[in-house]
Design a protein around this ligand. Structure first.
Ligand SMILES: [Zn+2]
Length: 132
């Protein structure tokens, strides 16, 4: 049982214990650095998207409760998969928030067309005490 193992960082053959993954300490820390960089990149990506979402919601929430076509927000770079928390009203509607601005997905049916919309709201203090 003498498989040739190579270092995932520099492709050098690995000698020594069977559980050794890297050829050297330098390669091991190089790998740890790469992992950290990747995690930071992901964190920054999520962070940027959340802030972009908030900015867009704030921009369109001109008169308290605004309803508009989803396409309008998506064209500006809004991504509804990124939100910080939620609030459910007593009808069971789920509002998703990006910090202090939230949105509710709506579907409006007129004659033949289904219009996909968002209702935009601002966070209110009473929402804090509501944990259903
Ligand atoms: Zn190596």
């Amino acid at each position: 049982m003498d498989e040739k193992r190579v270092c995932p960082i520099c492709d050098a053959p690995i000698k020594g214990r069977a559980d050794k993954i890297y050829c050297s300490l330098a390669c091991k820390s190089a790998h740890q650095y790469e992992v950290r960089q990747e995690k930071d990149k992901f964190f920054l990506k999520v962070d940027r998207q959340l802030k972009r979402n908030r900015k867009i919601l704030k921009k369109y929430n001109r008169n308290g409760m605004t309803t508009l076509r989803r396409k309008v927000l998506h064209q500006e770079g809004f991504n509804p998969n990124y939100f910080t928390h939620y609030w459910k009203n007593n009808k069971g509607d789920l509002y998703l928030f990006c910090y202090d601005y939230g949105f509710l997905k709506l579907k409006e049916k007129n004659s033949q067309q289904i219009k996909e919309k968002y209702l935009i709201v601002e966070w209110q203090n009473y929402m804090e005490n509501n944990n259903n």
